[in-house]
Design a protein around this ligand. Structure first.
Ligand SMILES: [Zn+2]
Length: 341
């Protein structure tokens, strides 16, 4: 079901094979290493009609799990994440979509779990980003963990399990997902890039190393932009508010043509994310080799400032891709707005 995670997968499969599935699981490990995929596979195994306890991945039940519309499988995640993933629209929420999983979401789930399963032998709840549960939500969930409703299986997926109450953690069976092997990621990167530019071994390994064990992170990196990644970021961080000449010069270099501009914006987008992570003391940076610069940059701009920059970057990206607008001008405008507000 998930490659490169033998240890975790063995633990899950042996519990399924014995048909003694514990009622609560914690899938923990770094981001982008297959936890969520494994959780979905687990849910499929629990509701599959063709290969019970294994999961065929193809039957109607398995397909509905993958499409998030199986009536006995509930996904719980922060509203903001639902919006980011395109599951919900911003307009589905009256207030700003929350980054927390809140108590009303847990209560709603508990109401559902009070009823019998509709089709499958089990009711399954998948908590994606389980550590996003705030304290009241965690306390509410604790009751369900202590007195689980019949035939209910809860799967908590988390890259930060220490943010969960010890009493929650102790009631869960655990499946530990490690960083994926460098070689495994390098091979996947090469395979994914086959159609586009040829990615040689050196570049594939460089990408794999930057991704520090996360396949998702590795695949998000654009190999062709990587060569100039450092240069782009360092040039950007040298820009200062009262040197318009430098913004214009950089816009000229990065905006020489559309592909260059788009790749440069991709690099900067990841970089802003890194700076935001550095601001909250996270070590999960993609530009790991620029950790010190990220830390330094994070002191020069406020969290709101980073959000604003990310928004301006999105606008420039859209303008360049949709309107075929002059890339250089869009970049120039972006820098002006970033540094004159
Ligand atoms: Zn199936």
């Amino acid at each position: 079901m998930v490659q490169g995670q033998k240890h975790a997968v063995d633990a899950i499969q042996s519990s399924l094979a014995k048909r003694q599935v514990h009622h609560a699981w914690l899938f923990h490990g770094p981001d982008g290493v297959g936890k969520e995929l494994a959780a979905m596979g687990f849910a499929q195994a629990l509701v599959c009609t063709e290969a019970p306890s294994v999961g065929c991945g193809k039957c109607a039940a398995c397909t509905r799990v993958a499409n998030r519309n199986h009536p006995d499988v509930t996904w719980v995640m922060p509203e903001a994440e639902q919006v980011e993933r395109g599951i919900s629209g911003r307009s589905d929420f009256t207030a700003t979509p929350s980054r927390d999983i809140r108590i009303d979401q847990v209560r709603k789930l508990q109401e559902r779990l009070a009823f019998r399963a509709l089709e499958a032998p089990h009711k399954v709840a998948l908590f994606i980003t389980a550590h996003a549960m705030n304290q009241p939500a965690q306390n509410a969930l604790l009751k369900t963990l202590e007195e689980p409703p019949r035939d209910t299986i809860l799967i908590l997926v988390s890259s930060a399990p220490d943010k969960l109450l010890p009493t929650i953690r102790s009631r869960c069976s655990k499946a530990a997902f490690g960083p994926l092997p460098l070689e495994f990621i390098a091979q996947k990167v090469k395979a994914a890039a086959k159609k586009k530019d040829a990615v040689d071994d050196v570049l594939a390994h460089q990408i794999a190393a930057m991704a520090s064990g996360s396949l998702a992170r590795a695949l998000a990196l654009d190999p062709s932009a990587l060569a100039r990644r450092k240069e782009i970021i360092e040039s950007f961080e040298k820009l200062v508010p009262d040197d318009a000449g430098a913004w214009i010069a950089l816009a000229e270099v990065l905006g020489e043509d559309r592909p260059t501009a788009e790749a440069s914006l991709d690099v900067l987008q990841v970089w802003f994310r890194d700076v935001a992570l550095a601001q909250v003391g996270s070590e999960a940076l993609i530009n790991l080799d620029l950790k010190d610069l990220a830390a330094e940059a994070s002191t020069r701009v406020s969290p709101a400032g980073i959000q604003r920059r990310a928004g301006l970057l999105d606008e420039a990206k859209n303008a360049i891709s949709q309107r075929n607008g002059a890339a250089r001008l869009q970049l120039e405008r972006m820098f002006v707005e970033m540094f004159t507000a």
